[in-house]
Design a protein around this ligand. Structure first.
Ligand SMILES: [Zn+2]
Ligand SMILES: [Zn+2]
Length: 373
């Protein structure tokens, strides 16, 4: 399936209701139906319209399409399991354009599907079917989120079959041109519909739209051009990662069938808990407990920051609940900066039982002298 914007094909917006989608479809069928419309590319338009409607009218397919674009619709044999576990909360997509530490270059995940000449690609259907993306979740500490991290992960995925180089044809042979569609990948069909007999173009059932058939299958991959293999790969999690980031590693997903494009690995970065802080978005709150005497007299405390610690002066007469902001000492935020850390002073009053006789006496004297003022 090609990378094509189905919403654009149907001329509806992304929030369109099922009824709106349905009526947009009907309108377009009336307009582009080859029986009515004699333009040369009306059949092609109808194919696209049917394809778009097929996806957008099916809640399950629609959801996948909304999440991954057309790549999400290419369910491939044996790839089950990988598509699962992806939450639909995909607000924060990031994409890394390489694997080296070339700074963090992110862009929107859907940029991969919004190329300028998608229609062109549609007409020249490539050999094979693209492999699916692989989702993966990794946990990082706050410090790792700031400084970046190398991770090693075990991936059980489809890789290109080395024996046949991905073609699926036995070594020394090549795939033949499909005789059903003469290599075009599409066949014309007549169907009965609510508009009468409809001539439509659909994917060739013999070759699955690739235009090629394999007579002698590669014995290693059984003609699929890919095999399942477990391997360990090392990835760079770049520095300055906001929580919930998804990073795309192009080409590290499942290999396609019969030489189709390799999918991507999409790593979701999850933050490990850090019980020292209260987290408020990317702002961290640290509760700094000081005895009431120090609050009165002033002191210096050591504040644990993500990277280490920082000395901080507590002025004489500091009240419980006062806050000091440590600028830029919090977590990375989406504006590619670091948020603040807030030190909140908590003045501890000792329980009366915990005081010994002398301490009590000293306090009574203090109380007396304060009352006299
Ligand atoms: Zn093979
Ligand atoms: Zn064919």
């Amino acid at each position: 399936m090609a990378n094509i914007d189905f919403y654009e094909v149907l001329g509806v917006d992304r929030n369109a209701t099922p009824d709106e989608i349905k009526s947009a479809y009907r309108r377009l069928v009336m307009k582009y139906h080859p029986d009515v419309n004699k333009d040369a590319d009306s059949t092609q338009r109808m194919t696209e319209i049917n394809e778009a409607y097929d996806v957008l009218s099916d809640p399950k397919k629609k959801q996948k399409y909304d999440m991954y674009g057309t790549a999400g619709l290419n369910e491939t044999p044996g790839s089950g399991g990988y598509g699962e576990g992806f939450s639909s909360n995909m607000n924060d997509f990031f994409r890394q354009s390489g694997f080296s530490n070339s700074g963090s270059i992110f862009d929107d995940i859907f940029s991969a599907f919004s190329g300028g000449n998608t229609r062109q690609q549609y007409r020249t259907k490539p050999m094979g079917r693209p492999g699916s993306n692989i989702p993966f979740t990794t946990d990082v500490t706050f410090k790792e989120a700031i400084q970046g991290k190398k991770i090693k992960i075990n991936l059980d995925r489809f890789v290109v079959c080395e024996s046949c180089g991905g073609s699926g044809a036995k070594k020394g042979t090549t795939p033949d041109t499909c005789s059903t569609c003469k290599g075009g990948g599409y066949v014309q069909q007549q169907q009965q519909s609510f508009f009468g007999v409809v001539n439509s173009i659909s994917e060739c059932p013999t070759c699955g739209g690739t235009g090629k058939v394999i007579k002698d299958k590669c014995p290693d991959c059984n003609g699929f051009g890919r095999i399942r293999k477990e391997s360990t790969i090392e990835l760079d999690i770049p520095p300055s990662i906001p929580e919930g980031t998804r990073i795309r590693y192009p080409g590290y997903g499942n290999a396609g069938i019969n030489g189709g494009a390799v999918g991507d690995l999409i790593v979701s970065v999850r933050f490990k808990q850090d019980t020292r802080y209260i987290k408020d978005g990317s702002k961290l709150i640290y509760k700094c407990h000081i005895p009431f005497t120090k609050a009165i007299l002033g002191t210096t405390v050591s504040i644990p920051t993500i990277e280490g610690s920082e000395k901080m002066k507590i002025l004489p007469g500091t009240q419980s609940g006062e806050e000091v902001v440590l600028k830029g000492k919090g977590l990375p935020n989406k504006r590619n900066r670091r948020d603040d850390m807030v030190v909140r002073i908590v003045v501890d009053i000792p329980a009366s039982k915990s005081l010994n006789k002398n301490q009590r006496k000293a306090l009574e004297e203090l109380d007396q002298s304060l009352s006299l003022n």
